[in-house]
Write a protein that binds this ligand. Structure first.
Ligand SMILES: Nc1nc2c(c(=O)[nH]1)N[C@H]1C(S)=C(S)[C@@H](COP(=O)(O)OP(=O)(O)OC[C@H]3O[C@@H](n4cnc5c(=O)[nH]c(N)nc54)[C@H](O)[C@@H]3O)O[C@H]1N2
Ligand SMILES: Nc1nc2c(c(=O)[nH]1)N[C@H]1C(S)=C(S)[C@@H](COP(=O)(O)OP(=O)(O)OC[C@H]3O[C@@H](n4cnc5c(=O)[nH]c(N)nc54)[C@H](O)[C@@H]3O)O[C@H]1N2
Ligand code: SF4
Ligand SMILES: [Mo]
Length: 720
């Protein structure tokens, strides 16, 4: 057993009679926190933060603490099932793993044979540390179609940072930035991707200046030195306005610019198209605040930008990212201690090498759905979801026959939910791997019972860019649940991919670790490994881009036919672009701001977490509520041209009177009929996925900036 520096552990075991304590690595969100899992009578009895973990230093969030309620939930699927009634009938029979995997393998081989491997779409949602195995399986199968959330989540940050400076720049909280600009992110609640709220808060406590760019007064905005309450969807304009100040007041890092950037002159010309007065008008942010934020950010060293998903779920997705990277770059904060670091991974086979895109034949890669339309996405193996729904519903450009969703609930999480639902109803065959029979799983033919993080061995934080890798150790086995890795390893053998898989997935773990000379059994005994930390690597070898420079002007975007410089695009549905519609739908709707206990559609079954959020909630300014006759806690209808749903009003002065903020991903697992209320409060019934409303390079759907109206729900008594 590992040694615990934390001396209370031995004492707790003795006093409370635990069987054992296992160090592991939580993954109730994107994961990352080190945990101590206490077991009693063979079951998980308590979860606590691991003070020795460099990621969370002993802290945990509500979701991590509630993990055992997920693992042991009575509604959890603990064996494979096959649907025996019509889709959505809720009629299932228990089958064995062999039967389930054989049936799925048979379909895969049949569709591949008759319609080509591209007729099979593999799908996952947000990062669940299974992406590498899913891509490996898909690439070996020959399908270029892996449907993720990558078109509007994190994929854009990865793709744009690779084309700009070679990899994703990560905030170096360990060296305490002196100024942090939090942009469209709420990490103290969301703990997203490579970040946890705890190190950020520690840097603030160490004295960092704080700038928040958010249409809502979040906790972070409330603590900020400068809060820029911008009009949703105008981020590129704001960033270009700040760049305008920095360039014209010569606050940039002249040496970095002279030696390391590409495209300075055209870039300066572009930022000069965004003078501060014009930007103030576009963004609703007063001119003096734009100047104040720009000066503070550019003159406090080191500084970093903590960016979030809000900037990606817009029609100006890729350019938002690139404009923020320009801010990081020209202020000299790239790859410096306390700035934004291009960390190296440990010496292992990384996600890309394991997923191995080179295993996919070129002629198959060319068939990627939407690959020609959204070329930045296509080049990073990311597809826009509507391309899949169209291929099912209209067989364009070819028919998709099979969907296999491993950890996703698209009926609730993708834009234009009614279209998603129609596609899932129509597709020939659908398999799902999940913990529960979700509204998506209810439309499947076969559902496989997935293992939670407590039930698997894996290399935690494998996909992240902070350079740490930590062992996730299996603590318990529940029912017949299996990890996605084990499941795909097994399925791989059944579809003729045996030479690329292992007897069991421990072989896969050894393969990942092989370059570092350690085996899983050794790694399991370690706390973590980390890539070598070095700064200013570009001084020796330049950046990993075609010009070897930090590309303010993107040569790759130019080759793909896009504007090589960032520019603001008005959201397709906004008071400016649709003044007529705006008269009827007078509010800007933003969706999806994270709440602490849920992870998208997850956890609504868990008592500790549902207690924190009983009902879906929409934030409305008090003046707006008064105008619309809405009271605190009342059920209201939110309506766009595409549909309407109900949520409860939360009256909140921290939001602009012209903006409302609705929660996403709501369903009601307590409703036992197979629909589980999927269309009652699901905000994606209101969102749009038309191609021309998406980012032209990345295919991002703009779920953050819509027009809506809001009014009390009639004929319904509301208990407040
Ligand atoms: N309107 C609007 N829509 C949004 C957003 C928004 O802000 N606004 N945000 C979007 C973003 S950023 C994202 S990333 C997507 C997320 O979209 P999804 O990833 O589709 O959302 P989840 O609800 O997290 O779906 C995950 C499902 O997988 C199951 N699951 C969890 N872990 C595992 C596992 O390890 N294995 C398996 N097999 N199953 C597992 C869960 O039970 C759940 O049913 O939603 C997007 N949708
Ligand atoms: N508890 C919990 N944690 C999560 C998730 C979850 O569902 N629940 N989801 C995970 C996933 S997949 C993701 S992608 C991350 C996302 O995590 P974050 O990036 O933190 O995303 P959000 O909280 O959705 O949005 C951040 C902020 O953006 C603001 N915002 C909205 N529109 C705009 C805009 O147009 N411009 C700007 N500048 N800001 C805007 C919102 O008001 C919100 O405060 O969280 C992850 N962590
Ligand atoms: S932040 Fe994520 S990894 Fe950390 S305890 Fe919460 S759910 Fe687990
Ligand atoms: Mo996401």
């Amino acid at each position: 057993m590992l040694e615990f520096k934390f001396s209370n552990v031995a004492r707790e075991i003795e006093v409370y009679g635990y069987d054992a304590v296992v160090k592991s690595h939580c993954r109730m969100c994107h994961g990352g926190c080190g945990v101590l899992v206490y077991t009693k009578n063979g079951k998980v009895a308590k979860i606590a933060g691991d003070p020795d973990c460099p990621i969370n230093h002993g802290t945990l969030c509500s979701k991590g603490l509630a993990s055992a309620q997920l693992a042991y939930h009575p509604d959890r699927l603990t064996y494979p099932v096959r649907r025996i009634g019509p889709k959505g009938s809720g009629q299932w029979e228990r089958i064995s793993w062999d039967e389930a995997l054989n049936a799925i393998a048979e379909r895969i081989l049949d569709y591949k044979d008759r319609f080509g491997a591209e007729s099979i779409v593999m799908g996952y949602g947000t990062g669940r540390e299974n992406e590498a195995v899913i891509y490996r399986f898909a690439n070996l199968l020959g399908t270029p179609n892996v449907l993720t959330a990558g078109h509007f989540c994190y994929g854009p940050r990865i793709a744009t940072s690779i084309i700009t400076c070679g990899t994703n720049p990560i905030v170096d909280y360990e060296n305490h930035p002196k100024c942090i600009m939090v942009w469209g992110n709420n990490l103290v609640i969301s703990n997203p991707d490579c970040y946890k709220g705890e190190p950020f808060s520690t840097s603030l406590n160490a004295g960092a200046k704080l700038i928040a760019v958010d249409p809502r007064l979040t906790r972070i905005a409330a603590r900020a030195d400068v809060w820029l309450q911008l009009r949703p969807g105008t981020d590129t304009a704001l960033a270009l306005g700040m760049l305008n100040v920095i360039v014209n007041e010569e606050l940039y890092d002249k040496e970095f610019v002279a030696k390391h950037v590409y495209g300075w002159e055209p870039f300066v010309k572009r930022v000069n198209e965004y003078p501060v007065d014009k930007v103030a008008e576009i963004t609703w942010v007063p001119q003096d605040k734009i100047r104040q934020a720009a000066r503070l950010f550019a003159t406090t060293k080191p500084a970093a930008i903590q960016w979030g998903v809000a900037i990606e779920q817009q029609v100006t997705c890729a350019d938002n990212n690139r404009a923020l990277m320009a801010l990081m770059g020209i202020t000299g904060n790239i790859d410096v201690p306390g700035g934004q670091v291009l960390f190296s991974t440990a010496k292992i086979r990384n996600v890309g090498q394991f997923g191995a895109h080179k295993l996919l034949p070129y002629e198959q890669a060319k068939k990627r759905l939407g690959g020609e339309r959204f070329r930045l996405a296509g080049n990073f193996a990311i597809i826009n979801p509507k391309c899949v729904w169209d291929a099912i519903l209209e067989k364009k450009p070819y028919a998709v026959k099979m969907l296999f969703f491993i950890s996703s609930n698209p009926v609730l999480t993708r834009a234009n939910a009614r279209e998603v639902y129609r596609a899932l109803e129509k597709v020939d065959f659908m398999a799902v791997a999940d913990f529960f029979l979700t509204p998506t799983a209810e439309l499947a033919d076969i559902v496989l019972p997935a293992a939670t993080w407590l039930e698997m061995d894996y290399i935690g934080d494998f996909w992240k860019r902070h350079g740490y890798l930590l062992p996730r150790r299996k603590v318990v086995q529940i029912g017949e649940c299996r990890s996605d890795h084990e499941m795909l390893n097994d399925l791989g053998h059944r579809v003729g991919q045996s030479e690329h898989w292992w007897d069991d997935f421990e072989g896969g773990l050894d393969y990942i670790l092989e370059p570092s000379g350690i085996k899983w059994q050794d790694f399991k005994k370690m706390n973590y490994i980390r890539g070598q930390v070095r700064y200013r690597k570009y001084q020796e070898r330049g950046f990993s881009t075609p010009t070897k420079k930090f590309e303010l002007y993107s040569t790759l975007l130019e080759n793909w036919g896009y504007d090589p410089l960032p520019k603001f695009r008005e959201p397709p549905e906004s008071p400016v672009s649709m003044p007529e519609r705006h008269k009827q739908y007078p509010y800007i709707l933003i969706t999806g701001a994270r709440s602490p206990g849920f992870f998208h559609t997850e956890n609504r079954q868990l008592p500790w977490l549902r207690e924190l959020h009983k009902d879906p909630v929409v934030e409305i300014h008090p003046d707006t509520a008064e105008k619309e006759g809405i009271k605190e806690g009342q059920w209201v209808m939110i309506e766009s041209v595409r549909g309407k749903v109900r949520q409860r009003a939360k009256i909140y002065a921290g939001i602009h009177p012209n903006v409302v903020s609705a929660q996403h991903a709501w369903w009601f697992p307590e409703k036992k009929d197979p629909a589980h209320g999927w269309d009652e409060s699901n905000i994606n019934i209101l969102t749009d996925n038309a191609y021309d409303t998406c980012d032209p390079a990345m295919g991002a759907t703009s779920v953050r900036t819509l027009l809506c109206k809001i009014y009390p729900e009639r004929n319904r008594q509301t208990k407040v």
